[in-house]
Design a protein around this ligand. Sequence first.
Ligand code: GLU
Length: 416
Amino acid sequence: MKSYNSFEVAQQQVVEAARLLNLDTPTCDLLMWPQREFKFTMPVKMENGRVHVFHGYRVQYNTARGPAKGGIRFHPDETFDTIRALAGWMTWKTAVVDLPLGGGKGGVVCDPRTLSERELEAVSRAYVRAVAHYIGVDKDVPAPDVYTNPQTMAWMMDEFETIKGVHQPGVLTDKPRQIGGTEGRRDATARGGVITVREACKAFGIDPQSGSYAIQGFGNAGQRAALLHHELLGGGKLIAVCDSRGGILNENGLNPKELVTHKLKTGSVVGFPGAKEIPRDSVLELDVQVLYPAALENAINEHNASKIKARVVCELANGPTTPEADLILHHNGIHVIPDILASAGGVTVSYFEMVQDQYSYFWDEATVHRRLDEKITKAYHTVREAMEDKRVHPRLAAMVVGVARVAEACKLRGWV
Ligand code: GLU
């Protein structure tokens, strides 16, 4: 199977958007590359008494619209280029939802499933020691991503404040609520995605209450989407789900709440009572109304794109669809809500968390939900307008919106 370099894919997307926008060569050259990037080693003493040297990355892709913003991933397959691609996508994502932020991403090459709690804490603190002078509320604000969570953020914030000798909770977002986190952050990515599905259903005359949905990947975003699709759209039947251990199917419907409980208890969706086991990847190919890819990059590619039967694909993962697959899905009349729009709810509520931390004054959950809904709904329709205006598929339309806003900021600053 063809292997993809996500950064090359991401750069190609910039080139295409720049061409549609008639951007000049220096602007395009600037936007194709990260503004600043860090690569470091982190020696950590492990439980067995030996030192293991971890490799870490942080990429600040563009800060023309505000401080860099984006998650930190702990993943064994992490590469510099993946982080570059993801940092770029964060830049266009924050611009699509019109947040006063730039884009960034970080990562550690490690398999958190093999690390003890104490080792995870040590890696998290070592990461912050490596980047402490380059992050901050006015520079770069990390958050969780794949295999990191509010506890990771709590350790990281504590390390940062200890090094700097300041109280600055807004340096990281999606913290536990007791130490500066916001209401509504944990389900924000999925909530934003389901809001885009709601708007897509309205636009295409689809009735979500009578349809079914499937979820590929059952981490934070996937689990919350399972619950929220049903809750926010007033119905819909979840029929299939997979995680890294396998897939499950029940044509009569899986109970989202019980499934989440089962996952939390056993560590997997596999073995859920009443469901039959199916190959992991076949979850993508089922006859459903809405499909949520919520795992990693390149899941939908030229090999399986033509087998996808969903009416709407809502990308909760970052970069789940390759460029070849995008064209196939578009050609087959499938409405893809691209990652930089569909998964923008997380960073939107992260931004709300930064604002609240700055004022030390916190909003109630209903306020967070209402403001998130406004932002995402507006962004969805801006992207739809760009689709019609430029006659392009949704991802390119979203890129056009994001790239245009970042290019304008670079121009106003006199960078290009
Ligand atoms: N990791 C999330 C994303 O990819 C959230 C980033 C953030 O909140 O800064 O959008």
